[in-house]
Design a binder for this molecule. Structure first.
Ligand SMILES: [Zn+2]
Ligand SMILES: [Zn+2]
Length: 296
């Protein structure tokens, strides 16, 4: 009679074979389900980045990134409304500067602060002191946070509509021509010589009128886009709410409309390329010369 052999003693197990998963190379406390398809390191799901083929660890992903110059180029190409954002930033920066220099100016038109007097449009300062920078600086000056917010909302929306089709440089030119047209309109139509005028409204009205003319010429019914309603509402506000610069709004709108007519000409009525640059430049020059004549 023989006894069955004793069962072999349990072998102490080491390493693999125990069901233990490898550890993430960045998180030793975590099990790594998969590994980098590039370098083979084991990594947890948080440390693996989905790649075109397989998944890469964060180090390989970082190493595979294009150089800074290339990434800057890609970033630049994605910014379709960069000029719009820069213009908004300048308006907001000027507003912050004015508010910090005199916090009581935050509310609105109650009192005009020194910074607002320094930047605003006024015939006397142009005529007697030759402070012609005011033709431009007044376009970035606002009276109260509501005035600023309203103009920035309009600028944002119109920038989304116009900057991409026009391109950055032409969009900036359209804005500048409208701003100067607005200043010319203020000087032409403001009867109160003591008034300090400011705001992006002239430039924004120019964008609005330019977009309306351009869309109309391209066969778009602007009343169906919401732009027509916005335009009518704004003209209604211009003529019914007191304290609003009618001259600034009208001047900006006329300047923007002239520019938009040429710059946004439909493909079937082509305009020479140089004219799309020359028109806003001419409108800007005429606005400045007109301002000098009106004041002088
Ligand atoms: Zn790797
Ligand atoms: Zn990890």
């Amino acid at each position: 009679m023989s006894l069955p052999p004793p069962p072999p003693p349990a072998q102490p197990t080491v390493g693999a074979g125990t069901g233990m998963l490898p550890r993430c190379y960045r998180h030793p406390d975590r099990e790594a389900g998969r590994s980098c398809t590039r370098c083979g390191k084991s990594a947890c799901s948080e440390c693996l980045v989905q790649a075109a083929v397989g998944s890469h660890c964060v180090d390989c992903a970082k190493a595979a990134r294009p150089p800074v110059a290339t990434r800057a180029k890609y970033w630049n190409a994605r910014q379709h409304t960069l000029v719009t954002y820069v213009l908004m930033a300048v308006n907001i920066a000027v507003f912050l500067f004015v508010t910090v220099s005199d916090p009581s100016s935050l509310g609105g038109r109650g009192s005009v602060s020194q910074a607002q007097i320094d930047l605003g449009l006024n015939e006397f300062f142009l005529a007697d002191r030759n402070e012609w920078y005011r033709l431009i600086s007044s376009g970035f000056l606002h009276f109260g946070v509501i005035h600023l917010a309203f103009n920035m909302l309009m600028l944002y929306q119109l920038g989304q509509l116009l900057e991409r089709p026009l391109g950055r440089a032409k969009f900036a030119l359209l804005y500048g021509a409208s701003l100067l047209g607005g200043s010319f309109g203020v000087l032409l139509l403001t009867s109160n010589p003591f008034a300090i005028t400011g705001g992006a409204s002239g430039a924004v009205f120019g964008l609005m009128a330019g977009a309306a003319i351009g869309l109309h010429r391209q066969g778009v019914n602007i009343m169906s886009t919401g732009l027509g309603t916005t335009l009518l509402l704004n003209f209604f506000i211009t003529f019914t709410v007191s304290g609003i610069s009618i001259g600034g709004h009208l001047g900006g709108a006329v300047a923007g409309a002239v520019c938009g007519f040429v710059m946004l000409a439909p493909r079937w009525k082509p305009v020479p390329s140089w004219a799309k640059w020359a028109t806003p430049a001419a409108v800007a020059v005429i606005s400045v010369l007109g301002s000098v004549l009106v004041v002088g």
